[in-house]
Write a protein that binds this ligand. Structure first.
Ligand code: HEC
Ligand code: HEC
Ligand code: HEC
Ligand code: HEC
Ligand code: HEC
Ligand code: HEC
Length: 494
């Protein structure tokens, strides 16, 4: 895990990717002790440029992705290295994109499991950092033992956390904080998952939800959940944990792998006659009881089946998978509230599960009296209200968010659009412009601001807005088109 991330130069191979459907050629090469990604549009010769890659993310088991920054904004590179093919390809989700993709925001929530001491982005921004986005690459001792610096500075007086000595909830929380995703997870009110520290309970930071009836092996990062289904874990209870089989300080080499895990099984399955007579032809217990799935090329899908079953006939099992449906249930989240559930439904809907639509507005609306300072819930209710055509309630709620958090990006941009729609263009600009100044890489925001600037007849500002955002995402055809139209603002005026 120590190699989960680091300096780009430490894990970088030159290569080329000629991506046909987006018409873009990417080259990755070394120059002056730097790792460079260049891009060139095959369709529009003037669209080209270079990015200096700063960090890698991923130990390379499956693949590696890279991070770069422009003017303090942090991004993920659109191309990733795939270990199976030893070559570069578009990152998952972008394979069939038909134009050069926009710059991909890298958020703290994405880095938190791969880096250590991940920092909050600057207030009111998605991905802008005045300082370093994280203080240490990889998973350091601190990720599981807490603040070791303080331990050293106090001559050993400040405790280092020994996970084995914590109660089961706090012990398990350490691994859960990075090895559980569920289908949807929701931050508890006022909490940010990157602030979680070993020794605390992860359920104070996050509530995890899964779709009822969906097969756990189809979810991302699910070893925790799968293990909890095993008879080993269900019968052993708190005595069993991830460290019953894994030593976080040591990964066995492939020749020792079978013997290493066998000894872990036999620590509990102690009947010597059983061990000697049960499949003596094959010393690798895990090859039958913890087989690998075929999902090895998909990041975040556990490929070793942690359900430890007697029968491992996946074909018979697949029929039982009910998919997503419209019901989410909490797992490993004893403190989950109806507010968390309402937000989980909202997030599930945003991720594209339309079956949740009927539940979302009602679940959020019922919360109204209890969320007066809960900006995440207020924004969700505001957006849902707007979808329901209740612009008045949406406006009030966004205003309420801005009272608590005057730089809130969602409230500024959405309220800005509502103001523009109601004809109050000056007020719209007053909301959209400061949001854009902090988030120049957010294309939708740039387009909305430019549109309003143009409606006010200010072609110069409108063009400047679009040019600024194109620095980050130069290949976007619709923004380029808008820019040409805005040579004079009459054509876009409404
Ligand atoms: C909840 C913690 C968590 C979050 C959040 C998370 N990851 Fe991961 N990621 C993991 C774990 C754990 C693995 C190892 C595979 C596994 O256990 O499923 C992994 C594996 C990967 C790999 C493959 C690495 C390899 O060795 O081949 C890549 C690439 C990756 N993640 C990228 C990302 C990106 C990009 C994001 C943000 C969008 C992200 N991850 C968010 C936990 C996380
Ligand atoms: C992924 C989590 C994780 C990381 C990272 C990690 N440890 Fe540990 N460490 C543990 C766990 C869990 C235990 C308890 C093991 C047990 O006894 O079951 C432990 C135990 C220890 C112990 C024994 C503690 C005692 O009081 O007996 C020492 C020493 C230690 N770790 C040092 C380190 C150092 C140094 C690093 C960084 C190089 C490190 N660990 C990184 C999880 C981790
Ligand atoms: C700060 C986040 C974090 C914590 C805490 C954490 N892990 Fe991990 N772990 C990861 C990531 C990320 C990977 C994948 C690294 C990669 O392949 O890029 C990983 C990989 C692993 C692997 C695969 C083999 C390896 O060493 O790469 C095992 C096993 C594992 N973790 C077990 C544990 C256990 C057990 C705990 C709790 C004691 C734990 N992890 C705590 C983030 C974490
Ligand atoms: C912490 C103790 C513990 C560890 C470690 C452990 N088991 Fe178990 N396992 C149990 C207990 C307890 C049961 C239930 C009682 C029984 O059937 O013996 C069980 C049951 C099982 C079953 C029966 C499952 C079923 O559905 O009936 C299998 C198969 C199994 N274990 C395999 C393994 C393998 C393989 C390993 C090592 C990779 C392993 N176990 C590691 C404690 C453990
Ligand atoms: C009964 C033993 C056992 C227990 C308990 C166990 N694992 Fe594993 N785990 C394995 C084996 C075996 C592998 C495959 C290792 C290999 O092939 O090198 C594995 C692999 C992994 C990997 C690498 C990715 C993958 O899916 O192959 C991660 C991450 C991981 N385990 C996390 C965890 C976490 C987190 C827990 C606690 C919830 C846990 N494991 C509990 C046996 C166990
Ligand atoms: C070649 C495949 C294979 C290997 C290797 C293997 N098992 Fe099994 N195991 C099975 C099958 C199939 C069953 C279910 C039928 C049966 O009871 O024999 C089973 C059953 C079990 C059971 C449940 C027994 C019961 O009475 O319900 C346990 C526990 C178990 N295995 C543990 C282990 C352990 C521990 C190892 C390694 C020392 C291991 N197995 C190695 C295939 C295997």
């Amino acid at each position: 895990m120590a190699n989960a991330s680091g300096e780009a130069l430490d894990k970088f191979e030159p290569g080329t990717l000629d991506h046909k459907s987006s018409g873009t050629t990417y080259r990755l090469f070394f120059r002056d002790k730097q790792a460079i990604l260049s891009f060139q549009s095959d369709r529009e010769p003037q669209v080209s440029g270079e990015r200096q890659l700063d960090y890698f993310l991923g130990s390379g088991h499956l693949g590696i992705t890279y991070l770069y920054s422009i003017h303090g904004y942090l991004f993920e590179s659109p191309v990733a290295y795939y270990s199976a093919s030893h070559s570069y390809d578009m990152k998952p989700g972008l394979e069939s994109i038909t134009e050069m993709p926009p710059a991909l925001h890298m958020q703290a929530s994405c880095m938190r499991c791969h880096m250590s001491a991940v920092q909050q982005s600057d207030p009111g921004t998605i991905n802008h950092y005045n300082g370093l986005p994280f203080l240490h690459a990889g998973i350091t001792c601190e990720a599981c033992h807490g603040d070791t610096q303080r331990h050293l500075a106090t001559g050993g007086k400040a405790a280092v956390i020994n996970p084995a000595k914590l109660d089961a909830d706090r012990r398990d929380s350490i691994c859960i904080s990075c090895h559980l995703e569920g289908d949807v997870s929701v931050e508890r009110p006022g909490r940010s998952a990157i602030d979680y520290k070993p020794g605390e309970s992860i359920s104070d930071y996050l509530s995890f939800y899964v779709y009822e009836g969906k097969d756990a092996t189809r979810r991302g990062v699910s070893e925790v959940e799968q293990l909890s289904m095993s008879k080993c874990k269900r019968t052993s209870g708190d005595k069993m944990s991830c460290t019953s089989c894994h030593d976080p300080h040591y990964t066995p080499a492939s020749q020792q792998r079978a013997a290493f895990y066998r000894s872990k099984c036999l620590a509990c399955h102690t009947d010597a006659t059983f061990a000697a007579s049960h499949h003596p032809e094959n010393p690798d217990c895990t090859s039958c009881h913890m087989p690998r799935s075929g999902a090895e090329n998909i990041p975040h899908v556990a490929w070793t089946d942690h359900r430890i079953r007697k029968i491992t006939d996946n074909a018979a099992e697949a029929i039982k998978d009910l998919g997503e449906g419209d019901t989410l249930t909490p797992i490993f989240s004893p403190h989950a509230t109806r507010r968390d559930l309402a937000l989980a439904y909202y997030k599930g809907l945003l991720e594209g599960n339309l079956a949740l639509q009927p539940k979302v507005f009602q679940a959020l609306d019922e919360l109204r009296p209890e969320i007066s300072t809960d900006t995440e819930a207020l924004n969700a209710l505001a957006i849902s209200s707007e979808k329901h055509g209740d612009h008045k309630q949406a406006t009030e709620l966004f205003e309420q968010v801005l009272k608590v958090d005057p730089q809130n990006l969602t409230a500024l941009s959405d309220l800005g659009i509502l103001r523009a729609k109601s004809g109050d263009l000056q007020e719209a600009i007053a909301l959209l412009r400061p949001a854009f100044e902090r988030n120049q890489d957010v294309i939708g925001l740039a387009k909305n601001l430019a549109q309003v600037q143009c409606m006010l007849g200010d072609a110069v500002s409108a063009r400047m807005t679009l040019e600024k955002t194109l620095q980050f995402s130069p290949g976007l055809e619709d923004v380029q088109q808008m820019l040409t139209q805005m040579a004079s603002c009459s054509s876009v005026k409404q």
